[in-house]
Write a protein that binds this ligand. Structure first.
Ligand code: ADP
Ligand code: ADP
Length: 226
């Protein structure tokens, strides 16, 4: 069974802009899928509909077999990593990672176990007492990923997570994201306009243009040498 299924999904914004024009996609358990395409092609809208941050105009989205169209973001079994990290500035790294679990009333020991495990995977154990402003861009990005990992969701959603980083750090974090996926093996949907990112990260690349899917396939098939 597919972990995420998009069935003819359409997004019409007010004013009549059709940002997504009826796309179909099945994403398998553990798969790393990258949505790539030029600015304005509908990648982010698609991801936000999967997250529940944007209403679906028509069609159906399933996560782990369940239709989620009317399920609010917090109750979908997903965790999203944003470009701007969205860390709480007044909280320590530990509390930033623990916060989502505290809201969901996880026991303290379980929270500690999960935060420490994520910190080990991301190599940020020495930063747990710091505030976000005392971190580098790459470290903030790791904390943002840590917040997703501790939740242990069915699906990770990444929205252009590396576009605020400089070129060198981007390459480094790409490797890091790949490593995290190999470790936790969570189904991942990753949005970027960067073809190199798509090629290096994806099991399968989904090329979007003008609100439709133009091509789908493993990177070696889509980006072969001429
Ligand atoms: P991408 O992520 O590929 O850059 P988006 O999904 O952000 O593309 O946008 C797809 C289209 O929808 C664009 O034409 C964009 O201008 C339009 N759009 C995005 N958000 C809104 C919105 N809130 N209201 C109206 N139009 C929007
Ligand atoms: P998740 O656990 O899904 O990652 P968050 O931890 O980001 O969710 O936020 C959970 C809820 O807490 C959201 O509804 C959000 O609006 C709210 N929230 C966001 N920022 C803060 C904050 N600084 N302090 C308290 N609550 C917040």
């Amino acid at each position: 069974m597919a972990q995420v299924t998009l069935n003819r999904i359409v997004k019409e914004y007010e004013g009549g802009v059709q940002a997504v024009k009826g796309i179909d996609l099945d994403i398998a358990d553990h798969e790393f899928v990258v949505l790539v395409g030029p600015s304005g092609c509908g990648k982010s809208t698609t991801l936000r509909m999967i997250a529940g941050l944007e209403e679906i105009s028509r069609g159906e989205i399933r996560i782990a077999g369940n239709v989620v169209n009317d399920i609010p973001p917090r109750d979908r079994d997903i965790a999203m990593v944003f470009q701007n990290y969205a860390l709480y500035p007044h909280m320590s790294v530990y509390d930033n990672m623990a916060f989502g679990l505290m809201l969901r009333k996880f026991p303290k020991e379980e929270i500690r176990r999960r935060v420490e495990n994520a910190a080990r995977i991301l190599d940020i154990g020495m930063l747990l007492d710091r505030k976000p402003k005392a971190l580098s861009g790459g470290q903030r990005q790791r904390v943002a990923m840590g917040r997703a990992i501790v939740r242990d969701p069915k699906v990770f959603l990444f929205d252009e997570p590396l576009s605020n980083l400089d070129a060198k750090l981007r390459v480094q974090m790409r490797t890091e994201i790949k490593k995290v996926h190999q470790t936790v093996n969570t189904t991942t949907i990753y949005v970027t306009h960067d073809q190199v990112e798509a090629m290096t990260l994806a099991d399968r690349v989904v090329v979007m243009n003008h609100g439709v899917i133009e091509q789908v396939g493993p990177p070696q098939e889509l980006y072969h040498r001429p």
